[in-house]
Design a protein around this ligand. Structure first.
Ligand SMILES: C=C(O[C@H]1C=CC=C(C(=O)O)[C@@H]1O)C(=O)O
Length: 424
């Protein structure tokens, strides 16, 4: 059974504008469940504490909109990884959003919702943050392409450099650094919509997202908040899939029993539990990891759940305590983030930042923007290949890591997006 798709005629017929510019689109999908946002406005915001500032801004806008009991409000967020990124965080407030799912007989059903947060209320909320800007447009400007992608050899040398730093810094406690790589590819605008469909059908366990031209399929849910319940899934420690059933079973077994990867995973899970401890009453402090198997890679996974204690924070306030987790930064966080800034040649932009949605109560789902590609503005655009995408993928480096294995892991993480874009 194929999943309902933005390319399906009945879905397109329901969209007010069947061919929106891709950067204007909002997609949030998992398996058969698809939400598409349309139109509306965009808030851009940068600088430190941007997640709590975005949260406060959204709450001010909801309050100023004076919602009636049946009104619904929802915004999508895609934040930058680093405080000093040259690219801004994006808050997309669509005019309408549509949910497409299947009924029990498998027939597509759609439900459309109008945004209750008004533009005037948003303008008022934005005016209170000197580093926020309201764009009366659904599509934020695309970042410029940056020409510093590494090839496999350069990436392997960067891994060696991190390994030296981990050695040297044994005294300072640097234990893990997540470094990432980019690759810039030209494709067509239509291919981006087809990529949404391909990612949804091939990776039904992941959250497929498109916000402000950032498109991806992430397996990692950073935080969900619903009626006071918080959930988070920590992924760290990975192994590529084997080419035959026997090799794959061996890869899975190797991951499940790998001491170095188990340590890497434990630090990541602990960093999430520690970050949440002040505001969440955790159900179980340190559960054992399981193995999550995706079509391209196996991951060690730990699920963390609990109840938000006191306060009236939004899901973004919860995420603000966690970001950057050890799955995208390293251990300890500040030292690892400093090394990333020094070693990586390309600004991460919104890769490895939180991406997801929140509603008028502050409930929502915020994932980590992994295995993704950012649409960028080419210096000399090719008229036949109208969309240029900057692919991102990274991996955690701890002492004992092997450079060739890290190169292979990045290849495995790039492959879903390359294939979805028809370039695999
Ligand atoms: C940073 C990425 O993956 C993280 C998430 C899961 C497993 C990871 C790992 O095993 O290294 C990474 O920490 C990425 O895919 O770009």
């Amino acid at each position: 059974m194929s999943v309902p798709s933005p390319a399906d005629e009945h879905v397109r017929a329901l969209m007010p504008d069947p061919d929106p510019e891709f950067a204007a689109a909002i997609v949030w999908a998992r398996g058969d469940d698809l939400v598409l946002g349309h139109g509306g406005v965009t808030v851009l915001l940068d600088g430190p504490r941007r997640l709590t500032r975005l949260s406060a801004l959204w709450r001010r806008a909801v309050e100023a909109s004076e919602l009636a009991p049946d009104d619904r409000a929802r915004a999508w967020v895609s934040s930058t990884f680093a405080d000093d990124s040259r690219e801004p965080a994006v808050l997309r407030v669509p005019a309408t959003w549509m949910r497409v799912s299947r009924d029990v007989q498998g027939r597509p059903q759609t439900e459309s919702t109008r945004q209750a947060v008004t533009e005037a209320a948003l303008a008022q909320a934005v005016a209170e943050d000197p580093r926020a800007r309201l764009l009366r447009s659904a599509a934020p400007p695309l970042p410029d392409a940056q020409e510093h992608a590494w090839d496999d050899g350069q990436y392997a040398r960067a891994v060696e450099r991190i390994l030296d730093l981990l050695d040297e810094d044994a005294a300072t406690g640097l234990r893990k650094v997540v470094i990432s790589r980019t690759e810039t590819l030209a494709t067509t605008a239509r291919a981006l919509w087809r990529a949404v469909d391909a990612l949804r059908s091939e990776y039904p366990q992941t959250w497929v997202f498109a916000v402000g031209g950032l498109l991806g399929a992430t397996p990692e849910m950073l935080a969900t908040l619903r009626d006071g319940r918080v959930g988070s899934v920590v992924l760290a420690g990975s192994m590529g899939r084997g080419a035959t059933p026997e090799a794959d079973a061996a890869a899975r077994e190797r991951l499940a029993t790998h001491e170095r990867l188990a340590d890497e995973h434990r630090w990541a899970a602990r960093s999430v539990c520690d970050a949440l401890a002040d505001v969440v009453d955790l159900d179980e402090a340190h559960p054992e990891p399981s193995v999550l198997t995706l079509p391209n890679v196996h991951h060690l996974a730990t699920s963390v759940t609990g109840r938000l204690t006191g306060g009236e924070g939004t899901v973004l306030d919860v995420v603000a305590r966690m970001h950057p987790t050890a799955a995208v930064g390293g251990t300890p966080t500040d030292a690892a983030v400093e090394v990333i800034g020094r070693v990586e040649p390309v600004d991460r932009g919104r890769y490895a930042g939180p991406v997801g949605w929140l509603d008028q109560d502050g409930d929502g789902e915020i994932a980590l923007a992994l295995r993704c590609a950012q649409q960028v503005r080419a210096a000399e655009p090719d008229p036949d290949l109208s969309a240029v995408m900057r692919l991102h993928a990274g991996g955690g480096i701890v002492a004992g890591a092997v450079a060739e294995e890290e190169v292979a892991e990045i290849g495995a993480k790039f492959s879903p997006m390359r294939r979805a874009l028809g370039l695999g």
